[in-house]
Structures are given as C-alpha cells and as structure tokens.
Ligand binder design. Sequence first.
Ligand code: ADP
Ligand code: ZN
Length: 627
Amino acid sequence: MARKNDNNKFKKPMVIYYVIAIVLVFFISFYLLPQVSQEKAMEEVEEVDYGTFLAMVEDGKVDKAYVGDETVDFQVGEGKDAKKYQTTRMPDERLADRLYQEGVKFDRVFPKEPNYLLQSLLNFGLMLLFFIIVGQVMTRMLARSMGGKGGVGPMSFGKSNAKIYDESTEGVTFDSVAGQDEAKEALTEIVDFLHDPKKYARIGATLPKGALLVGPPGTGKTLLAKAVAGEAKVPFFSISGSEFVEMFVGLGAAKVRDLFKQANDKAPCIVFIDEIDTIGKKRDGFSGNDEREQTLNQLLSEMDGFDSNTGVVILAATNRPESLDPALLRPGRFDRRIPVELPDLGGREAILKVHAQKVKHDPDIDFRAIALATAGTSGADLANMINEGALTAVRQGRDRMTQKDLEDSVEVVLAGYERKNTVISPQEKKIIAYHEVGHALVAAMQTHSAPVTKITIVPRTSGALGFTMQVDEEERFLLSKEEAFNKIVTFTGGRAAEELIFNTQTTGASNDIEQATKIAKSMISRFGMSEEFGFVAMEEVTNKYLGGDGSLTVSDRTAHEIDLAVREVLQKAQMKSHQILRENIDALHAISNYLLERETISGEEFMAILKKTQGEDPGSKEEGQEE
Ligand code: ADP
Ligand code: ZN
C-alpha cells in the first residue's frame, strides 16, 4: 500500500516533465526552426516571374543559375554584391541551351539536397535533445525515488554519479536512542570496525558484512542504523526495499549495482536497507516476480562480491524476518541478527526523557507514570506523545508542557482526539456511561486486575465512544490464568451493564467481544490453560511483529472442540460480570450518573464513590471467591 502511494507522489511531477519536454521538442521542430529558415530565405531572395528571368538571361545579367525541379534560383553579380532571385520553373526544354549561349554558369540541382543535410542534422539535434531531456527526467526519477536530494549532473543519460542516497546523520548518536541497550551493544563492534577497519584486517578477523535489525515498527531500527553511522562518523546510504521493486524491470538490479558502487567509493560507510522483506522474500518459484528476484539476486551477488575489509557495512531492517529468503541469512551475508523489541518500562521512560529534552516542560513531570500507562507502545508512539503534549501546551497558550498535557496526549495517541462536537442523544449517552462503568466496576471488584485510572464518555476520532483506562502499578511480564480470565470478565462488563440496566444489547460491545474472544482462544490453544486440552500448542503465530495473527494447526474436529471451549469460557465470564454488577448495582447507578454529569472522571473519583456506596451496603468485594 505504502509503496503505491509513494509511487504516485513522484509520478505526478514526472508527467509534467515529460509533457514539457515533448511540447518543447514539437515547438522547436515544427514552428521555430522552419520559421527561422524561411525568414532567412525571405530576407535575401527576390521572387520574379519566368519571363523576367528569361529576359534577364538574354540581357546577360545572370551570372549563375541553379535549376531545380520546381524553381530556378539565380544570381546577378558575384561575391558579396550578388543579388539572388528565384522563379517558378516552367516546362522549358531549351532552358539549358539559353543559359549556355549566354555564358551563365549553371547547374542542375536536386531539389532538396542541401535541405537533406540540414534536415538530418536537425533531426539528430532534436533526438539528442530528446534523449538528454529523457535522461534528465529518468535520473531525477531515480534520485527522487531513492529519497535523495536530486542534485543531478548535466548530460547524465539516466545514470547518475551524484550521491543521491547519502543522508546526513549529523548529531545522531547512540545517546539519541534510548533503551535498546542490547542492540546498541551488538552494534558497538561495528562502530569500532568502521573507525579502524585495518585493526581488524591486521589480525585477520572479518566482521559480518551485514546485520539484520528485527523488530516491530517504530522501535528505532532506522534510528539505530543512523546512530551507528553517526557514531563512526561515516556516510549513511539509505534506501527502502520497496524502492527497488518499482517501475521498470531491470531497474531494481541496476539500482542495487549503483548503490554498491557508490558505497564502495565512499567506504568506510553504512548502507541501510529498510523493509528488506519487500525484496528479500522467499523465492517460492510460484509468484514469478522477475523484477524482485533479479533485484534480490543482484543484492546477493553484490554482497558476496565485495571485500568485507573495505569497510562497507550493510544494515537491514525488517518486521517480517520469517518471510526472508534463507539465502539472505547465510554466513557472509546478513548472518548477524539484532532484535529490536518494544521498549519495557525503563525503556519507555528513557525514550520519553530523550524526546522531552527537545521541548520545554515542567521540571517535575513524572515520566515513570506516563511510561506505566503506555505498556505495549513503541518508541515512535512515545516520541509522538511528547510532540502531541507540546502541541497541546502551545494550543492552550502556555510556554511549557505539563504532566496533564502529556497524560492527554497519551490518550490522543492511543485513542485519537476528542470529538467534542459530536452530538449523541441523551439515551445513547446514558447507555455508553453504564457500559463504561460496567467495565470499571467489574475490574475494580476483581482481584488480579489493574486499577482503573480514568473513565471517559467523550467520543474519540478513533471511533471509540468512551473508554476505561486501567494501569498496572508495575510492569507485568507474565499473565496468570486467573488474570487472563479476569481480563475477559472485565471485557464482558460493558455488555453486562447494558443487559442489566437497559435490557438491551448494543454494537458498542463489538471490540470488547473481539478482544475477549482472542484472549480466551489464546488461553486454550497457545497457553495450555484449559483442563480439557492441557499442555499442548494448537496454534501457530505468524507475523509476530505485526500484531501476531494465530492460525490453528489442528484437525477440523479439534478446531470445533476449541470453539466450544472458547464459548464456554466466555459464557462463564459473562455470568461472573453479571453477578458482580448485580451485587453492586447501587455503585453502578451512582458512578454512571456522576460520569454522565462530568463526562470524564479520574480513578480517585471513581474509587471515592465506590467506597461511599459500599459503606452503605457493605461486603460485596469478592475477595478470595475466585474459582
Ligand atoms: P523503525 O525503523 O524501527 O520502524 P524508526 O527508527 O523509524 O523505527 O523510529 C521512528 C521514530 O521513533 C524515531 O525517529 C524516533 O524519534 C522514535 N524512536 C523509536 N525508538 C526510539 C528509541 N529507542 N529512542 C528514541 N527514539 C526512538
Ligand atoms: Zn466496552
């Protein structure tokens, strides 16, 4: 998808170039040039009729004549003072005799002979011009598609010698990359090698030619590669895999060749290939994408071809390592694999701090609290949050970002902007409020469940009509069976409230159902958490770094049994949430009404009302009555 968009982005101006070039050529050849030669002819030659011509010949005035098919050109006088005439030729068999008698130098002229020469010269010139223009356009296209700055030398005929891939890494060092300590450590050796390749050569050690950075999108793979170049102070050549596989067959391979030629000239340097899976996909022999295979083959042969001691290091990034062609991963190619995972709590805090340095902010912002609330987000998300926070501060006319700005921007990045002017009917608003409080109450009434920190019924641009935020007090790495089940129960809480209070079911629960089902299925088929099936893997996860889709690896019959078991778990969860809400119906009403009034309430407000209603109606917390 992204590739297509990119394509269009630079194709539009290209078309304009072409049109301009073609219009120019036509204009010159059909309009300008003939006009010029006509003007030239007109300024010197006088037209006379045939009779006048004959009279002038007989008077002995004519010195030279050129007899053509249609016209006769003749000249009176010699050299600089010569005056030229032209007349239309008549059928006149005796013309040659007459001219001879009068001593006129004459010659039979093949009508367009001098024009032929001129014409072919002209054609050649035009063709040359055309090729130059096309060449320019093509190089520009190449340069552009490779993300370079497009500076192109004259007369380059489609092949560029300019440094179109070179990118500045000014100021990017390992300090710019927060967290990712293991990845940095693995890359330190490469930096050292680039500093002094000879040190390695002297001992006879060879470094891997390439390293593969593997991890989910936005975790800083590109940033790490840049930091390696920045640390080693070497040029950084960057290109995305998808840029190799577009436009014309054969161009991809040519680009690879060109890239490596430039890299070799600039060694030591870093060559970074983003999204290498687009060219490095397994060659299965079915898809028959010639262009891609040619490109991959060229890449493989270039990697084999260069001497690793020259100091060219190739870094590549992918989030689909399982789809790569094994040939790419062979020793001598990308044999070093560096995982770049989503940041943990400490990593997130560090990333927030690195990016917060760039904006003015309150000195006492609690970045750890923000990091806790953003489990599962990537470095790119976190960078985005800081920026959103700063934008909020600007929007509100303040000169620095506050904790509140940052908290709001977390929601903006995770759930979208608030849509304050969406009109929702009072009845629907009420259902949404009870739905959200249903989640919150069920969560609060269970042990092994993260505390509720915020409930809101302000609709979001992501389409959410409201949400309940739960934040763990510490980073969690494991999920127990009880916690997994309680999570499902919490997901069913919204629908349970709808049913209990309004005796209805709404589409608002669709996302809850999806998530709850996903967890229930994973519990059974991946985590061995059901008594019925026990300790057995029945699902395979593909695309680990892109959401992780699971596909069952069992017989149809077992699949059917799994479906039944999933349904059973969900039913049990629904029963439990119904029970919790029935037991706490006063709290459900009280909190929902409060939420309807305020639209957004904090975890503390929520707990305060809950405690108050529990004081009046004690003993409904179901401590220890888990199954
Ligand atoms: P990837 O190549 O893994 O998809 P990028 O390197 O392009 O991700 O990261 C996108 C942006 O996210 C970076 O420009 C940077 O601002 C931010 N970012 C990601 N990870 C980190 C990190 N570990 N430290 C600091 N910034 C990060
Ligand atoms: Zn819900």
